[in-house]
Design a binder for this molecule. Sequence first.
Ligand SMILES: Nc1nc2c(ncn2[C@@H]2O[C@H](COP(=O)(O)OP(=O)(O)OP(=O)(O)O)[C@@H](O)[C@H]2O)c(=O)[nH]1
Ligand SMILES: [Mg+2]
Length: 301
Amino acid sequence: MGFFDKLKSGLKKTKDFLVKPVNALFSSADRVDDDFYEELFDLLVASDVGVEVSEEIVDKLRQSLKEKKIKEIPPAKEEFKKILYEMIGEDVPLNIRDKTVILVVGVNGVGKTTSIGKISLLLKNQGKRVMLCGADTFRAAAIEQLKVWAGCSEVPMISQSEGADPAAVVFDAVGAAKKQNIDVLIVDTAGRLHNKKNLIDELSKINRVISREWPEAGRETLLVLDAVTGQNGLIQAREFTKVVNVDGIVLTKLDGTAKGGIVLAIRRMLGIPVKLIGVGEGVDDLQPFSGHDFISAMFED
Ligand SMILES: Nc1nc2c(ncn2[C@@H]2O[C@H](COP(=O)(O)OP(=O)(O)OP(=O)(O)O)[C@@H](O)[C@H]2O)c(=O)[nH]1
Ligand SMILES: [Mg+2]
């Protein structure tokens, strides 16, 4: 199955919950009136698009139909899709320069380690020399889990034992990456830190080590969010953006939720592009995000 089909089946819950009722609304209405807008707004909010963004979508639709003097339902639906697409914004791919360090952050259980495994395979298949770094030293199982992924993708991995200083592991990994002429070093970090100060201290220390030891390397910091948490993911994201400079979002577990509307809110509310989306646990189930494919997959049967 190609990724577009996976995306379609992965979005099934969101489609049942949001798109089907939206389609039903468009097909049952004979004109677009205030009741119609109100119902559309309610459906968007229920699918975790969020009040602010739902309001914006409905207002834009109202304005655009008025400007273009559209009264019929089929062109109104096309306008609606166009507005959703604009809301998502231009696709922004992973920024991989000649030498790049990807730092992967996010709270516990969102899918960081799994995503790293999948990204390593994506990049390796593009001919990049990839190395993994197990800087989640909080528990031994985390290091073991990353090792399994390194094995699957057949890429080298640098780690130390549980409890080691994460910045020290990063120091080792950068040294090894330079020596082995690695193109992309991907760093796994711990999600479960005791408090925000811990998180700030740990991530700043890691960042300092990378900048000092490999100043010429490009940097890409990815924040992993679990789509199942819906709007709460935005709150998490804001906490992280106070601590690190986030370049892109990896949105996982879209297959497990009806809250896929969150995709529409992320760019708008955070100003950060979704760069990759995950629609399952399989190795091919995480792919670069395409706004066009996302909207098409949502509205196609
Ligand atoms: N259904 C589904 N499951 C996913 C997806 N991405 C990750 N998972 C699952 O989510 C679980 C947690 O993933 P991890 O990669 O261990 O998460 P983590 O952020 O590294 O967790 P910690 O290391 O504990 O902070 C695993 O069982 C993954 O298989 C996805 O897109 N869809
Ligand atoms: Mg992990």
